[in-house]
Ligand binder design. Structure first.
Ligand code: ADP
Ligand code: ZN
Ligand code: ZN
Length: 802
């Protein structure tokens, strides 16, 4: 038998399957979708079997070396999906398949020297190999780099061999469990009057006092202060039994979950859930846009839809933006479906993610809640996909493969004949337009549950405040409301829109701003470490005390970072207890959750934070939401700036008054007349939609046109200009009359990591050959050895132009 294998070399010339012979001993085992190790030139590589066939025209086929999985890790559906994905995102097959699997399953490679002729070795080389016949090249480069040349020469002479090893990171966690081999024997031992064996007795007493069964050894040792040796002694005596078992790393261990029961739906909810249930009942594919204002009870609709899918013995995927994948959110699903739920998000360790993923593969769970990549959950009987906050830009991966989770969901929905539910208070314009055209079914929830009113929003022009002599970052009204909240013991949320408004260092005399020497952006000031940092490449430097340009001492931190707001608050409201949430305070694992729990438990009066606190949070005691600098995002070079501002303001306002207490929102800014701010304050999506659609039509942007984007980058500016020029000429000769070609121009971020960036943009309605032309352009420059370092990325449906 022959296996067609796609190998782990992301390169254009290798972007196909290679035939390998399946050795007799593996014949009954090999199946499509399994990971294998195969020889490839001098190397060994990981690959995936995509197909098994009887014969091949290839001469001199090599054998598969090893099969890594007992069962296929890619289902036949995912194998097909991967092909589609690679072709539609202009990525390599191997990249598409790797994106579908947890990182733990991606192999890493190691080169090593092995001794062939030990007699010919002399010191110091001989002693290197005294303990081991094999040494990793990476160890040599780290510890004895001066010996590398000698070793390479010995390899040339045939004294040493160079071998390539594949490391499988997919480790299962194993834990030792302890139990009593004999309770009677244990009791006898405890009774014996030996002074020496106190620790042994303590250990036994602990187990005798517990209900009989097995317990993690480590837990018992910690509890009793006994050592491993003590435990081993008791095993030898036949009193204890220790066994090692495979366990799942459980990121939610020991967390108490409030169980929840289905709520009787309101009339609005009844109407909205109908098309979803209809699609589930009739096993037909249908994309439903659930457009519901914040607090309208969308989640309850998700939960009950999932229940009816589970009742049919099928499975459900729920996608949530990474940032709102909070324990609160997860608990809503775990509370309803308990251990049937697996959770996949980037906060988990590689091992934890691998474990959660295996629960899906082994059919031990039937619901997965996760961020973007959870759309590839290997369910075989998928009954629904729900995408919450479907407008979120994080559903598009901005790296190979550049897929949008919404497109993948719809592909899988067609494959499984099941509904796809897109939920949002502020649907993406593309999505709402499709619903209007009838391509998606529209279900609307215009009111909050039980007619809780939408929060009242006041917009405050900070220029007026300044005129009236208020130089602080808080308007008078916001200050008053914060105080009232404090007095009443209610909670407030302060949201700082930091995107496009980083805190940078500015010289007040000459206007100098510190920039990254490698990227075309200003450096961000981090007060805690007293340093300036580049958010693109990680470059760091100390803060200058005098201006590097004019030597003035008036160089200082500018802009309103969360730290700055926190300091201000401490001055004007010293009695308020503040929790700050931003990248600095949440970088440690679990800190995000700790801060939110503290706020929920009333340990603080004000929650201050960035984008991170805008979504999905639901705190009953929050009555005031303050938005600082609402308009900063409007000025980004992004045609979605208005849409993003509207979405964000709607989301943030939605955090107020979700329960019995009425909510109030105060929005501060400088450009407060802008329609996205005005309409967000009126909770008026439909007017915003119509307004924004006109603007998009006028400027020929999505959803009226698709955006194709080719980005070129190279350390030498001339190379970038030249290549992008050639590509534009090539395209201009081929594009249809309805399409528009723009560029080449410098990208909005003109340089990243010392590479210049240029782009060519195509606005098109229907251009079936565009993918092929992009591929041809990329392939053309790959062949050209003179511009080896040129990188080109193509995106047929770009979401941003950055
Ligand atoms: P959304 O997801 O649309 O923002 P949620 O699902 O969070 O809204 O619902 C808002 C609040 O209303 C939640 O506290 C939820 O428990 C409650 N709720 C939802 N549906 C019902 C219902 N049918 N009866 C009573 N309370 C409900
Ligand atoms: Zn200066
Ligand atoms: Zn940089």
């Amino acid at each position: 038998m022959i296996a067609a294998v796609v190998v782990d070399v992301p390169s254009g010339s290798v972007n196909k399957t290679f035939d390998y012979r399946i050795p007799v001993e593996l014949e009954g085992w090999a199946e499509p979708g399994m990971r294998v190790i195969v020889p490839f030139g001098p190397r060994k590589l990981q690959g995936f079997i995509l197909e098994i066939k009887e014969d091949s025209t290839v001469k001199g086929m090599k054998n598969i070396i090893e099969i890594l999985d007992p069962l296929p890790v890619l289902t036949s559906e995912l194998i097909e999906l991967g092909r589609w994905l690679a072709e539609n995102t202009l990525s390599f097959y191997i990249t598409a398949y790797q994106a579908m699997l947890p990182a733990a399953m991606k192999a890493t490679y190691e080169k090593a020297f092995q001794v062939l002729v030990p007699e010919k070795l002399t010191d110091p080389i001989a002693s290197l190999f005294s303990a081991n016949n094999e040494i990793n090249v990476s160890d040599i480069t780290n510890e004895n780099p001066h010996l590398l040349k000698t070793l390479q020469n010995l390899a040339k002479e045939g004294v040493l061999d160079v071998v390539y090893k594949v490391k499988n990171k997919a480790n299962k966690k194993r834990v030792k469990f302890v139990s009593l081999a004999s309770k009677d024997l244990a009791k006898d031992t405890i009774q014996q009057n030996q002074k020496k064996a106190e620790k042994q007795k303590a250990l036994l007493r602990e187990l005798v006092n517990r209900p009989s069964g097995e317990y993690p050894l480590q837990e018992i040792l910690t509890e009793t202060g006994a050592s491993h040796t003590t435990a081993q002694t008791l095993v030898k005596k036949g009193i204890l039994h220790i066994e090692e078992k495979e366990v799942y790393r459980d990121p939610f261990q020991g967390r108490k979950m409030k169980p929840s029961k289905p709520l009787p739906l309101t009339e609005n909810q009844e109407n909205a859930i109908k098309p979803i249930l209809h699609s589930i009942e009739n096993n037909n594919h249908q994309t439903v846009l659930l457009h519901g204002v914040t607090g309208s009870g969308k989640t309850e609709i998700y939960l009950q839809s999932i229940q009816s899918v589970l009742d049919k013995g099928k499975e459900a995927i729920v996608l949530v933006p990474e940032i709102s994948l909070t324990p609160q959110m997860v608990n809503r699903f775990k509370g309803r479906f308990g251990s049937a739920v697996a959770v996949l998000h980037s906060g988990l360790s590689i091992g934890e993610k691998y474990d959660e993923w295996r629960k899906i593969l082994r059919k031990e769970v039937s619901v997965v809640v996760g961020a973007r990549s959870a759309i590839f959950a290997p369910f075989q009987n998928l009954g629904i996909v729900i995408i919450d906050e479907e407008h979120e830009t994080s559903y598009k991966q901005e790296d190979h493969p550049r897929y949008h989770a919404r497109d993948v969901a719809i592909w899988r929905g067609k494959f499984h004949s099941c509904p796809i539910v897109l939920g949002s208070a502020t649907p993406a314009l593309e999505t709402y337009a499709r619903a209007q055209k009838g391509r998606y079914q529209l279900a609307e929830l215009a009111k909050r549950v039980h007619s809780n009113p939408m929060p009242e929003v006041t917009i405050i022009d900070m220029r007026e405040e300044l005129k009236n002599g208020n130089r602080s970052m808080f308007s008078k009204e916001l200050m008053d409301k914060l105080k009232t909240g404090l007095e009443k013991g209610e909670q407030s949320v302060l949201f700082l829109n930091r995107r496009g408004y980083a805190s940078f260092i500015l010289c007040r005399d000459c206007g100098y701003v510190a920039h990254c020497p490698h990227c075309d952006i200003s450096l961000t000031f981090h007060k805690r470490y007293g340093e300036l940092k580049c958010h693109y490449c990680g470059y760091k430097e100390g803060t200058p005390s005098v201006c590097p340009s004019c030597s003035s001492e008036h160089i200082r931190f500018f802009g309103t970072g969360t730290q700055k707001v926190e300091e201000e608050l401490a001055k004007v409201l010293p009695e308020a207890r503040v929790i700050r949430m931003d990248v600095d305070t949440t970088s440690k694992k679990g800190s995000h959750e700790k801060l939110l729990t503290a706020f929920e438990n009333g340990e603080a009066d004000i929650l201050l934070g960035t984008q991170m606190i805008a979504k999905g949070l639901d705190f009953p005691k929050v009555t005031l939401v303050g938005v600082l600098a609402a308009d900063t995002m409007l000025h980004l070079p992004d045609f979605r700036a208005s849409e993003k501002t509207f979405q964000l303001l709607t989301q943030v306002s939605g955090r107020a008054g979700r329960h019995e207490l009425e909510g109030k929102v105060i929005v501060q800014g400088y450009d407060t007349q802008h329609y996205s701010i005005q309409l967000a304050s009126k909770h008026d999506y439909h007017t915003f939609y119509n307004h924004e659609m006109q603007a998009r039509k006028l400027h020929q942007y999505p959803p009226f046109y698709y955006l194709g984007l080719l980005t070129f980058s190279h350390p030498d500016l001339m190379q970038v200009v030249d290549a992008s020029d050639k590509a534009a000429t090539y395209l201009s000769k081929r594009l249809s009359h309805d399409s528009l070609l723009l560029g080449p121009v410098t990208s909005p971020i003109a340089r990243v990591k010392d590479r210049y960036r240029y782009q060519v943009m195509i606005k098109y309605k229907n251009e079936p050959e565009l993918r092929v032309w992009f591929e041809e352009i990329i392939a053309h420059f790959q062949k050209d050895k003179d511009i080896k370092d040129l990188q080109i990325t193509g995106d047929l449906n770009a979401q941003t132009l950055m």
